[in-house]
Design a protein around this ligand. Structure first.
Ligand SMILES: Cc1cc2nc3c(=O)[nH]c(=O)nc-3n(C[C@H](O)[C@H](O)[C@H](O)COP(=O)(O)OP(=O)(O)OC[C@H]3O[C@@H](n4cnc5c(N)ncnc54)[C@H](O)[C@@H]3O)c2cc1C
Length: 376
């Protein structure tokens, strides 16, 4: 009888949701499946800012990965992949364990580099990833704004920073008992890569609510009581949330696997390493050979059927499917005041129905995959 083959999923992120939902099929085909993730839950990032603002709870936006994997007959390891030894088809975990694989799929996401943070032990500096950090930020901020007057600064000029600052405003409205000053330090220009109409709507909304938008250049350093701009100017603040952009997970780079210019795990059209065909990957951790993809969950979600198909096909020796980038995606910002801004096909719309649409799309998506094992 043939030896059962080992499939390892590193990270139960957004690109692995369909594979996770169908783990029992791999097991029925005689394979062993192990999922490694540093938390029993994976959080849906699109609703992370809502977690900060309080429009949703942790239970509403997370997938119970451990529970699902075990229900489907796989093995869940609450651990972290730190190195892949591709030549010998093994990987090392943070716990010290070594696992061997026949097929490996990487969905280890991205992280916020902490090089700006100069006081590494400070309790008042938060990053927007992992998403569950926003839960810790909410608890910390709530305590402070109930006790005294504070200034809170969000650092970053992209969509994540906009959504976080808007939802921070909401948190302050709901829970604050003293005056709170909110700053958004947005580099040289807020939403610089976005159409002028989108920028204007976001500016107008944040200005109306008293958020101070600082566009004096990039932040060089964040200390526990102030931050410093490239110009040398120092600006005081009591609490910080950092959303300066993300980098792909370092697992591939640290393992000496082929990577793209940003350090992301290099994959071909089949979401497969060109050098190590038994390794696949999706989501923020990859560098797509044809052209780099934006670090948005939309791509991770679109890669689900391709990764699921290709992992099955690789075991069965059948043809792989390519990932076709169909381009364009619906962009909706949750501004935290019950409104949203939408941009697609050159059209920009703002208002309450836009936020309602985002909520509907996000909640429907999460419920679909939560149904595959989340009973909490
Ligand atoms: C505040 C915020 C809001 C956003 N809103 C949107 C939005 O509305 N729409 C949108 O399209 N995109 C949005 N994004 C972008 C989106 O977060 C990412 O593109 C998306 O999370 C990528 O999914 P992923 O599964 O690749 O990575 P992640 O969501 O980062 O998931 C990676 C998973 O791997 C696990 N993991 C990490 N390292 C290891 C390791 N070494 N070993 C094992 N497991 C590991 C993690 O625990 C996690 O479960 C937002 C981002 C932020 C920060």
């Amino acid at each position: 009888m043939a030896r059962p083959k080992n499939l390892i999923l590193a990270g139960g992120g957004h690109a692995h949701l369909l594979t996770l939902a169908n783990l029992d099929r791999f097991i029925a085909a005689g394979h062993r499946v192990t999922v490694v993730q540093p938390s029993p839950y994976h959080y849906y990032s699109g609703m992370g800012p809502g977690l900060l603002g309080g429009t949703c709870s942790a239970a509403e936006i997370r997938f119970a990965t451990k529970e699902l994997v075990e229900k489907k007959g796989g093995t869940f390891l609450n651990d972290k992949v730190i190195k892949i030894n591709a030549g010998e088809q093994t990987l090392n975990l943070a716990s010290g364990a070594t696992l061997s694989y026949d097929l490996l799929s990487l969905n280890t996401g991205s992280y916020v580099p902490d090089d700006l943070i100069k006081d590494k032990t400070a309790k008042n500096i938060f990053t927007v990833k992992p998403i569950e950090t926003l839960l810790a930020a909410r608890a910390y901020i709530t305590k402070r704004i109930k006790a005294q007057k504070v200034t809170i600064t969000v650092i970053g000029g992209g969509p994540a920073a906009v959504e976080v600052v808007g939802n921070l405003w909401r948190l302050v409205q709901m829970e604050g008992e003293f005056e709170t000053h909110i700053k958004l330090c947005a580099g040289s220009k807020l939403l610089a890569r976005f159409p002028e109409k989108v920028r204007q709507k976001v500016y107008a909304s944040l200005n109306r609510r008293g958020v101070e938008i600082i566009e004096k250049g990039h932040v060089e350093a964040v200390y526990s009581d102030h931050f410093e701009l490239k110009s040398g100017e120092q600006i005081a603040s009591d609490i910080f949330i950092l959303a300066p952009g993300v980098k792909p997970s370092r697992v591939a780079l640290n393992s000496g696997l082929p990577t793209g210019p940003d350090g992301g795990f290099l994959v071909n059209r089949f979401l497969q390493s060109p050098q190590y065909p038994e390794i696949f990957g999706g989501g923020d951790c990859i560098h797509f050979t044809d052209h780099p993809l934006d670090k948005v969950g939309v791509y991770a979600v679109r890669q689900n059927p391709v990764l699921y198909h290709n992992l099955k096909a690789a075991f069965a020796g059948k043809p792989l499917q390519p990932f076709e980038d169909v381009g364009g995606y619906l962009l909706i910002f949750n501004l935290g005041d019950g409104t949203g801004v939408l941009h697609k096909w050159g059209i920009t719309i703002a208002g309450k129905p836009v936020f309602a649409l985002k909520e509907m799309i996000d909640r429907r998506f999460v419920r679909r995959f939560q149904g595959e094992g989340n009973t909490s």
